[in-house]
Design a protein around this ligand. Structure first.
Ligand code: PLP
Length: 362
């Protein structure tokens, strides 16, 4: 058996090509968490006609795009900050806040820790417990918050567990953080996939709390990771001003601006995506929950975390089995608090999902 000691990010298809000799365009990525419908049809039909936009600088303030996003998320455009993917925003916020001690709820996306450490800060993890299905214990967690922490980072719905907390819990967390002077960064990259979106998103809380910033992007829900279009929402106008003072101008290019304004308004595509993912999420969850070899955790995002119960079954072995059939899943052994007994995969539509289920359940 080949040993893939390398850690593959969901998009590292080039590495797979080298190691396994499989052409990257033949691989279906169940690990990148990208909407299987591809980009909005409206975008595909209309963007090319705007090519001349690249001969002008974009609006430095991105007013029109921010107004469009303000409408999409239901907030004032002055609360919106644009970024080159949510990755640029994670980096900017951490540089600006410069936390000495940050608390991260894990297991989660690794980029937060990387940025905090690069800035010389220390990361503490609050571990979600497997015995509690990786669901946050609100009381226990809030009791751990203290003045020595300056930044709290959480991802909602969380990557890789796919669990989500609701706004009531978030409000409690924000209250305790406010008392302890802790700023909160919430990554909502996957929130639009949640069935209970209205109950999960923290956007309405930005009207009442000035210690929260929410990150969003277009890479996953709008299937546009190459566009590098991200945004953040905060009700803290001083923070918006500080970011705008510090940020390089024009990190969003003219075509991405136009693309954003088209896709956020493509209501039919948004509805179709939500329905497709909702159906596949319920179906795949039932399928895996009904097989005694797997433990699944209720998913809110467009992907699912699965624990492998049989003694001999490992994430490396399942990764191998799937990649040989041109399907790439995420071996979760590199996530903090997880090990070689966990895999994660996203939903890619009925036909492909069935093929993956058949392969993993063999
Ligand atoms: C939780 C989370 N946040 C942010 C990102 C990066 O998003 P973007 O492409 O918008 O920079 C990812 C990508 O995998 C992610 O899983």
């Amino acid at each position: 058996m080949l040993q893939h000691k390398d850690h593959f990010h969901g998009s590292d298809l080039e590495k797979i090509e080298q190691i396994y000799g499989i052409r990257k365009d033949e691989i279906v990525s169940f690990s990148a968490n990208v909407n299987p419908l591809g980009i909005s049809p409206l975008l595909r039909e209309t963007l090319a006609a705007h090519i001349d936009a690249i001969s002008s600088y974009p609006d430095r303030e991105y007013l029109s795009l921010r107004k469009c996003i303000g409408e999409y998320v239901g907030t004032d455009y002055e609360n919106i900050i644009m970024g080159n993917g949510s990755t640029e925003l994670i980096s900017l916020f951490i540089q600006l806040k410069h936390p000495k001690k940050a608390l991260i709820i894990g297991p989660t996306y690794s980029e937060y820790e990387r940025e905090i450490s690069l800035g010389g800060g220390t990361c503490l993890y609050y571990p979600l417990r497997e015995e509690q299905d990786f669901v946050l214990d609100e009381r226990h967690f809030t009791a751990q918050l203290h003045e020595g922490i300056d930044l709290l980072v959480l991802c909602n719905p969380n990557n890789p567990t796919s669990g989500a907390i609701t706004r009531g819990t978030m409000r409690h967390i924000l209250d305790v953080c406010k008392q302890n002077d802790i700023f909160v960064m919430v990554d909502e990259t996957y929130v639009e996939f949640a069935d209970n979106y209205e109950a999960v998103t923290s956007v309405p809380l930005t009207a009442y709390y000035n210690n929260i910033v929410i990150l969003r992007g277009t890479s996953k829900f709008f299937a546009a990771p190459g566009l590098r279009l991200g945004y953040a929402i905060t009700g803290n106008r001083e923070f918006v001003k500080a970011i705008h003072t510090r940020k390089n101008p024009w990190t969003i290019n003219s075509l991405a601006v136009i693309a954003g304004e088209i896709m956020f308004r493509d209501k039919a595509y948004i509805k179709e995506t939500r329905e497709l993912i909702s159906g596949e999420r319920a179906r795949m969850y039932q399928l895996f929950a009904g097989d005694g070899r797997f433990k699944v955790y209720p998913p809110s995002g467009n992907f699912m975390l699965v624990r492998l119960l049989p003694e001999g079954m490992t994430s490396g072995e399942l990764f191998e089995r799937a990649i040989k059939e041109r399907m790439m899943i995420r071996d979760c052994s590199t996530f903090p608090f997880l090990d070689h007994k966990y895999v994660r995969f996203c939903f890619m539509g009925k036909e492909m999902d069935d093929k993956l289920a058949e392969c993993l359940m063999r």
